[in-house]
Design a protein around this ligand. Structure first.
Ligand SMILES: Nc1ncnc2c1ncn2[C@@H]1O[C@H](COP(=O)(O)OP(=O)(O)OP(=O)(O)O)[C@@H](O)[C@H]1O
Ligand SMILES: [Mg+2]
Length: 332
């Protein structure tokens, strides 16, 4: 896959004015984005997502590191590099409040010097994609926050740039609108050839829209992995084993020393073991311990783990925890 964005050893610090304290917002982050990919930048509040996005779109200057867009260094050839990018930044809907939805689209299209005919068709199609057709003559300041957000994304799409950066596209939207925005983003990804980077701490956005996720925490990149791979990697490892009789103390000790993540539950009708296996084959090791006392096994359930739990685990324990080695995958 052809690389469209290359971020190499990016670093950004801020100076807290009063305390004279230095905050490292982005700490040696490197990644690549392939053409046509849709990648989620995921991380808790303050992780460095917005700072990273702003550096990619040239609004902030990195302390260290190089960003190239389509091979163009965005520090050396800022304007040329930025021609390939449009962005919707957090909380900043770059719209004219006293113009209507359609007027905004026409205005921004005019700004990019596109032909009238091409623009008319494109605007029509965007109004439909973003479910804004019935609001086309409404003033922007009368739109709901969700509609404004959709319009802001539509305006960004209008430019037909190779890359679109969306910082927190569903922030502050209600469940329904957030769902709608996700659906629209998915449609866009299927229909259009563009590359999209979405920063978010909304797991649903990452899980349902993105192919790959870059997880950052405290300014450091901790995961760069396909979303489906993360789901399978983590899913197979957690099991609940229901037993026909309680474990002996010796068995409990043996399991405890063999497995780092283990819970023995005795306050249910049947005793149960919640266990995470470093790899699926480790189940035999557990069986060996159960066999010592002929402990009957009544059921084994593989626990489903949702993306939110995976994220929490990665942020808390790091991605290399246990046997989750084969980390940062290359572009597929
Ligand atoms: N202008 C600034 N001056 C000083 N510190 C800043 C500034 N902007 C961001 N920071 C700090 O840099 C770190 C990263 O902030 P950033 O906004 O990039 O995080 P984020 O991942 O986008 O968080 P959120 O999920 O809350 O949007 C935080 O510790 C933040 O307090
Ligand atoms: Mg942010």
């Amino acid at each position: 896959m052809e690389t469209i964005i290359n971020v190499s050893h990016l670093k950004k610090t801020y100076m807290k004015r009063k305390q004279k304290e230095v905050i490292t917002a982005v700490d040696d982050i490197s990644f690549q984005i392939g053409k046509g990919e849709i990648v989620g930048l995921l991380g808790p509040n303050g992780a460095g997502k917005t700072t990273t996005i702003k550096m990619i779109c040239g609004l902030l200057k990195p302390d260290q590191g190089v960003i190239t867009i389509n091979g163009i260094n965005n520090a050396k050839h800022r304007l040329k590099a930025l021609q390939h990018i449009s962005a919707v930044l957090e909380g900043n809907r770059n719209l004219y409040w006293r113009l209507t939805v359609r007027e905004n689209l026409e205005y921004f299209a005019g700004n990019r010097g596109q032909s009238k005919k091409a623009v008319t068709n494109r605007i029509e199609s965007l109004l439909n994609t973003f479910r804004l057709k019935d609001k086309e003559h409404e003033l922007v300041n009368r739109l709901s926050r969700g509609m404004q957000q959709k319009l802001a994304i539509a305006v960004a799409m209008l430019a037909n740039t190779d890359v679109i950066l969306l910082d927190e596209p569903t922030l502050g939207l209600d469940v329904e609108t957030s769902y709608e925005v996700r659906t629209i983003l998915k449609e866009i990804v299927e229909k259009e050839q563009c590359t999209i980077i979405i920063s978010s701490h909304d797991m649903d956005v990452i899980q349902s829209v993105c192919e790959r996720t870059i997880i950052i925490n405290n300014g450091k990149m901790i995961t760069n992995e396909r979303v489906d791979r993360l789901l399978t990697l983590f899913e197979v490892r957690a099991y609940t084993v229901t037993l026909g009789q309680p474990l002996t103390e010796a068995q409990q000790m043996a399991i405890e020393s063999a497995f780092s993540s283990y819970d023995y539950i005795t306050n249910q009708i049947k005793p149960m073991i919640n266990i995470e296996l470093p790899s699926p084959e480790h189940i035999y090791q557990l069986f060996d311990i159960l066999k010592q006392e002929q402990t009957p096994v009544e059921s084994i359930d593989r626990n489903t783990i949702n993306f939110e739990e995976i994220f929490m685990k990665i942020v808390k324990e790091g991605y290399n925890h246990g046997n989750h080695t084969s980390v940062s995958s290359e572009l597929a």
